[in-house]
Design a protein around this ligand. Structure first.
Ligand code: F6R
Length: 620
């Protein structure tokens, strides 16, 4: 949430900053702003709305400078407005900064600073940080600190962050020190790109693509002191940590829209490939099991595990639910799926044989990170199922499994979900084969998995039918999504996709649970989407479907190819290929992604940038 960029070097910073903000816009799009240092003055442009609006005002009223910072905002404190947009200034303009995170003790700090004479112009928590840096600087200069010494400015930032409670990624410029950029983090990601005689700062690696090939991720409590010819990392205690320089693996192609109108659609159609990527090199035909390079756990430890906790948020939590069913079925290990936001403050009893998996696309979700750290602190093996290489969760986990799905830019998660489910299926297979699952059963699962990219390709052909269905129902204001067993999490995920991008109220339920309450919502204007491929309890799902029809509720069914029975009962059917029951979520989730997409398009919604949302939720 909120994206930060920064540049120090010989070139004009504007180009990198604005392009970087475009690439980071998925992190928040309430407003955007930049600050550029030109000699001993800092020019600021900021504007409510999208980065394109900022670019427009910069075109009309340009600013210059070869050191600069930029920000794209997802509002937490203070409504989206020009004045609340970042960058913010401190003191009399001698400090300018951008912030990602939440300063929890901002009102105490603001009162204290007001008493000292600082005037606040915004409703943000961030302005407190700007004034505080200015105040610390003023105090130390008063006490004789050298205004020509870089350390004076570093110390002003360091003593500020000592007083802040909450989370921050901060990038700070000083009016009187041209060419100095200080960045620091706690809980909000920052990465520095190393160029030739220039440095780039960003919230994630995407703005760095095409600008540099070497990057350094900042860890919590680290501060980067950057000038055009030096980059030093410091810890809060004044020590200098070893800098771990990594190669940037992303390419510009990964982030191009290509032939697609929206990232969401592109990412939906990438799924045959992303599932193949998640499977590549991870199936062992001889042993009929799965293998992972990065779990960092020996087979004895894996065999000793008597309980698994999967923790995540949102769509990743839904993938975890599928994982629960799979692991319990294949490996007979009890699994709990915990909302990370709850787990971080709960204290459920967990034996020392409990293994934790944090499931996350971004690897930066604040709640998931905090839940993972809490479990780690208690000594559990804590692993990550993560898409973003080098993200905080990926780096802090004891081990893990990457999704290899490539950057997911559409705010609504699609390909990450199916990759998470694929990886969880492999994990269930691995754990199952260490316990109860037979060799033939393992072989069968592997051959089904291997066929999956092709099955997904076939499934995507349903898009024309989905468009027809969307045209019929896009004006509805309520939807029910119903499914059972492996398709219950799919129903939850389908409902989430619809509400987040088309703003239609949608509820997901286990189909049979409907008669315990939600059936009261059924009427001729409320479509029910039944996720009803052939399965063990297919006849029972049919009964639930009949119950909805008996109350005049329109029914859209997601069913297996050739299911004539459901075609007679439902108002509309979207067919998907018949696959093993355990793998059905991989195909049944796809028409629901497409349906949400198409309905949002017909309602004129911005599918890639839905209102109020941001891709990476780095605040609590
Ligand atoms: C929904 C969506 C969110 C994320 C959630 C967790 O489409 O994208 O619900 O799934 O914010 O994000 P990650 O997986 O990055 O931890």
């Amino acid at each position: 949430m909120c994206g930060i960029v920064g540049y120090v070097g010989p070139k004009q910073a504007y180009g990198y900053l604005i392009e970087g903000l475009f690439r980071l816009e998925y992190r928040g799009y309430d407003s955007a702003g930049i600050a550029l240092q030109n000699g001993n003055q800092i020019g600021i442009r900021k504007k409510t709305g999208r980065v394109s609006q900022l670019a427009e005002i910069c075109k009309q009223d340009p600013i210059k400078g070869s050191t600069g910072i930029g920000h794209t905002r997802w509002a937490t404190h203070g409504e989206p407005s020009d004045v609340n947009s970042h960058p913010h200034t401190g003191g009399n303009g001698e400090v300018v900064l951008v912030h990602n995170g939440v300063i929890e003790n901002y009102s105490i700090l603001r009162d204290r600073l007001r008493e000292l004479g600082y005037v606040f112009h915004t409703a943000t928590d961030t302005e407190v940080a700007a004034h505080l840096v200015a105040h610390q600087l003023k105090e130390s200069l008063k006490q004789g600190a050298d205004p020509g010494d870089q350390q004076t400015y570093v110390r002003a930032v360091e003593s500020t962050i000592k007083q802040i409670k909450g989370t921050y990624g901060l990038a700070v410029l000083f009016r009187d020190v041209p060419g100095l950029l200080i960045a620091t983090r706690l809980g909000s990601p920052l990465v520095v790109g190393i160029g030739r005689g220039e440095y780039f700062l960003a919230s994630d690696a995407s703005p760095l693509v095409g600008n540099t090939e070497e990057i350094v991720y900042l860890n919590d409590h680290e501060t980067a002191v950057i000038t055009a010819n030096s980059f030093v990392l410091r810890r809060q205690d004044g020590t200098e940590p070893t800098m771990s320089i990594r190669a940037l693996e992303q390419t510009t192609q990964d982030t191009d829209l290509g032939e697609y109108e929206h990232y969401m659609l592109k990412e939906i159609f990438e799924q045959p490939q992303t599932i193949e990527n998640a499977l590549r090199g991870r199936m062992d035909d001889d042993e009929a099991t799965a293998k992972f390079g990065g779990l960092n756990l020996d087979p004895q430890t894996l065999r000793r595990i008597d309980r698994i906790v999967l923790t995540a948020c949102g769509t990743s939590w839904h993938a975890g639910l599928v994982g629960e069913y799979l692991i319990e079925e294949f490996a007979r290990i009890p699994v709990e799926v915990e909302y990370a936001s709850e787990l971080r403050y709960r204290n459920p009893p967990m034996s020392d044989r409990t293994m934790i998996f944090a499931i996350t696309q971004s690897g930066e979700t604040a709640d998931t990170l905090a839940a993972m750290r809490e479990c780690k602190r208690k000594g559990h093996p804590t692993l990550a199922i993560c898409n973003t290489v080098g993200s905080t969760i990926a780096r802090e986990a004891d081990g893990g499994i990457y999704l290899h799905a490539g950057p997911e830019i559409g705010v609504a998660s699609t390909k990450a979900f199916t990759s998470q489910v694929t990886v969880l299926t492999l994990l269930a297979l691995l754990l199952g084969r260490m316990r109860h699952l037979s060799h033939p059963e393992g072989k069968r699962i592997i051959s089904q998995l291997r066929a999956m990219p092709e099955k997904i390709r076939q499934t995507l052909k349903c898009f024309d039918k989905v468009k027809e269905v969307a045209r019929k129902y896009y004006t509805a204001e309520n939807f029910l999504y119903l499914g059972r067993l492996y398709n219950f999490p799919v129903a939850l995920e389908g409902a989430l996709k619809l509400k987040e991008i088309s703003y239609i109220h949608a509820e997901g339920y286990p189909a049979a649970e409907m008669k315990h309450g939600p059936i009261a919502l059924v009427d001729e204007n409320t479509p029910s989407v039944f996720v009803a491929p052939r399965c063990e309890i297919y006849p029972k799902v049919m009964s639930n479907l009949e119950e909805v029809k008996a109350r005049k509720g329109p029914v859209i069914a997601i069913a297996c190819d050739g299911d004539d029975k459901i075609a007679h009962l439902a108002d509309d059917v979207i067919f998907v290929p018949d696959v093993d029951e355990h793998l059905q979520p991989l195909v049944t989730s796809i028409p629901l992604q497409l349906l949400a997409y198409q309905i949002a398009i017909l309602r004129g919604c911005n599918v890639d940038r839905p209102r109020n949302l941001a891709k990476s939720v780095t605040v609590e």
